[in-house]
Design a protein around this ligand. Sequence first.
Ligand code: CP
Ligand code: NVA
Length: 306
Amino acid sequence: MNKLKGRDFLSLADLNSDELKELLQLAAQLKSGQINLKCNKVLGLLFSKASTRTRVSFTVAMYQLGGQVIDLNPNVTQVSRGELLRDTARVLDRYLDILAIRTFEHKDLETFANYATIPVINALTDREHPCQILADLLTVQECFGKLDGVTLSYFGDGNNVANSLLLGCAMVGMNVRIATPANYLPNMEIVEKAKTIANGKREVIVTEDPQVAVKDAQVLYTDVWASMGQEQEANSRIPIFQHYQVNEKLVKSAADNVIVLHCLPAHRDEEITNAVIEGKQSQVWKQAENRMHAQKALLVSLLGND
Ligand code: CP
Ligand code: NVA
């Protein structure tokens, strides 16, 4: 477990496939109560965007480990008054044991990580949302009893969640398909990285056609059509994305044992219909719960357990 001690988690690509699988195994053991770990450290949460799940699941995970949390809302720190990130990073580094950051530009997260010696966790940037995908993979593992060979299809915006799904699915041997409108593709550098990881053994497909993506899919996944910071485009995006809605018709076109995931918060009857999110294939509440178990495993792994 101490293999990850002291490291940053800015992207799923910061782990190798074996480390990711070991982290998921640890999360399952912590969830089942098979092991019980303590870690008396202090986590800082520096979030420049709203958050319900990530904020609360990190906080409760840390409390359950016996640690403490400081909520560093940028509005009440000097960050909002323009203190340089590299200065803030070097100061927080001296107080905290670990820091989770939610921000806009991925490069701001990298600046923090470069200037802080403590582990820095990506709690969402415009580019990636790796903590979310830890919980998603744990959920797929629970529902199918395996990850290898399971096909996940994502419909909607090629955003941070889509980017991290590409990496995470490829790393655990899943097939991953991303269906997006032409001008809303995922990050192509990440697509290429996922293809390299999959090494021709598993699918990494980006398509404009939802019908191509849905065939035999075992996991249907969607996220909001306009992410935080894109609210002004929300209305104009609706007609562009309508074709990518996860609805009952799409669910019927997938594999018989399909499950439906959504990172939440959801906009009902936009990217997902109310009937589907409340329907029998939906595993979104289990998925949300798993944020806490997965992040608890991440915290003890990055902090070490000695
Ligand atoms: N899925 C997710 O990250 O939710 P929050 O924005 O509420 O943290
Ligand atoms: N793509 C969404 C995810 C929210 C958890 C956003 O960045 O707003």
